[in-house]
Design a protein around this ligand. Sequence first.
Ligand SMILES: *Cc1c(COP(=O)(O)O)cnc(C)c1O
Ligand code: SF4
Length: 338
Amino acid sequence: MTHYLYQSQNWQKQLSDLVTDPAELLELLDLSSDALYSGAVLATEQFKLRVPRAFVGKMQKNNAFDPLLLQVLPHHLELEEHAGFVTDPLGEEAANQLPGVLHKYKSRFLLTLTGACAVHCRYCFRRHFPYQENLPKNDDWPDIKQYLGQHPEINEVILSGGDPLTLSNRKFALWVERLESIAQIKTLRIHSRVPIVIPERVDDEFISILKNSRLRSILVVHSNHAQELDDLTCSKLLSLATAQITVLNQAVLLKGVNDNADTLVALSQRLFEARVMPYYLHVLDKVKGAHHFDLETDKIDALYTQILAELPGYLVPKLVREIAGENNKTPLYGHATF
Ligand SMILES: *Cc1c(COP(=O)(O)O)cnc(C)c1O
Ligand code: SF4
């Protein structure tokens, strides 16, 4: 067992000093729109505003259409009802086997260690998910272990969210040690948006926890726009690659945020500068409150055809949709041509 010095870190201060008041967010950005403000106040009741200051710092001032702002500012359109947009589009409540465990695909399962995220993304498919009733407690570990024993086909555990990197290094290391103790587990995957919104979270201690583990580590970050990837963020991501940790990115295709080919091309190119490989480009999950981010199928098709033509194959993310009950994420491109 390796021992680390668990110091209180700058990133933890950032995590406890988030912007949660729409008035403050608009003021920081020199936006004085009453309409934006009143819409934000209404929509924040369903799903709170939550955004780190470092992420606000990447937004353009005085631009109500800033692609980063649009992802986090509550909007009155979220309150509209639309056919087909529901609270649990992926049927996750039904797939819940044990507290914190979501096992939908054969070789890997999701383990939710915390319901908290550093940022609240308005389009999130988990915005209505009852996390707090569904977290593993320390006493639940034997049950999870037993579940793994009954499912020898599982060789990868995905720490997901909420966001697992809101946990302290101490707690994170405890779970890594637990998973390491199970011989069948070979790969540890972490799905997190924190490295994008609070890049300092990628500290030396975190890197050494992964580097010193017998598990192969993959970090899948979530960035939707090159503007999220400033120099500090890229240098932190690069430090993971230097430590031989695989870093991938998943993005969500969002109307008004990244729905044009130049934006998607720039995102892939910028990720690669930090040695991050594009992994998935998700079509929006039809979650209640996110209809205004949705794109028409024709538009998605045209966009994807264009980025395929512009990028080398290794920088093209896989276009996928998650369909409840399927064995994997469903690829969306090219099927009709067989
Ligand atoms: C998305 C997801 C995974 C990971 O799928 P990959 O295609 O391996 O990235 C695993 N489990 C659940 C429940 C998921 O939703
Ligand atoms: S789970 Fe991911 S997409 Fe959803 S709010 Fe948290 S960080 Fe955003």
